[in-house]
Design a protein around this ligand. Sequence first.
Ligand code: ADP
Ligand code: MG
Length: 396
Amino acid sequence: MNIHEYQAKEILSSYGIPIPRGRVALTSDQVERAAKMMGGRCVVKAQIYAGGRGKAGGVRLIHHPEEAQEYAKELFGRTLVTNQTGPEGLKVRRILVEEAVEIAREFYLSITLDRKTSRYVVIASAEGGIDIEEVANRSPDKILTLTIDPFTGLRPYQARKISLALGLSGTICEDCVELILNLYSACQEKDCSLIEINPLVVTKAGWLMAMDAKITFDDNAVYRHREYPDMVDYSQLDPLEINAAKYDLAYIKLSGTIGCLVNGAGLAMATLDVLNECGGEPANFLDVGGGATREKVAEAFRIILQDCDVKGIFVNIFGGIMRCDVIAQGIIEAAGAVGCTLPIVVRMDGSHVEEGKKLLLESGLNVQIGRTLGDGAAKIVQMLSQGVQGHVDTCQ
Ligand code: ADP
Ligand code: MG
């Protein structure tokens, strides 16, 4: 789960990490007022669930409140495309107005979960700021990493080693040690899979300050934090993903034309691989999980049909717990409701499979049955390449 920069900064601040003075605004008038409060000179920052805003024109140093208002008007109407958003970009609905800090040096500092070692790692670089990806590519030796032993936790001497390697000395080095230890506490207590400060700066006045912040919470731990669900900004999420989450379905948008309805992550991956091997390109996949009901399957099918990139559907279900006739009813119900005539291939196996197939074949849908995974994938790819077409009432 992602949150905005201003929310991440509030968390950092509650752990004693210095942040610039700032205000969140929802309208350009509020931006103007916030800019006045900062004394006119300020930094206006688009809040989206992605970084790379500086380079994409989403962060600007402002000198007058009117200039802040003008820029905010432009930002609020805009979809910001950065190197982290994908080509569709993200809409700007909130703006952070911050005091403009005089920066002397910029560092990179983050703590994230390393999936190889199943441990937290601290990552730091003396060359932080908006070009960190370039630094990582060009000179990976300038990126320091330190794996944290979960039994001993992060020790002060380790944090000091990082601070010294960043080139800090004296009291500012000790401030950085404390900051890194606090960051680790925040990471653990808030169940973060990533907590990133880029840039962490030394100001011209000689203070350490977090100038940007990104936090990703571990989705599996969200239930432990009552306040997290209220922190979500739904304007930043794909509406289909929101709908899927409501029904506890895992929906992932991809770039092809074949919608995939499967049960279980393993089967989903196998389905995508086999489809690709047959020359097909998945538009998405929707995992209905183990014991899905007829309503859940119908909702899943409805979500797939709302994706107007979908030109054909491949259903690959192993009905170990689910009954195949129940799945078939769910598909027929959802497809019927939106007048779907798209080509569909269903491969299913398990209990009541014959009843399920019979229901589908007698349903009047544009459906074929796949004998095996390979056969099903080949069939849907073939139908699309032969120009078998259909439509859905909700897509023009
Ligand atoms: P992003 O990482 O999305 O590009 P940042 O918040 O890191 O956005 O901002 C980009 C750059 O703008 C920073 O590297 C920093 O140099 C500058 N910047 C950001 N906030 C401030 C601020 N409050 N005062 C001065 N400079 C800032
Ligand atoms: Mg940044």
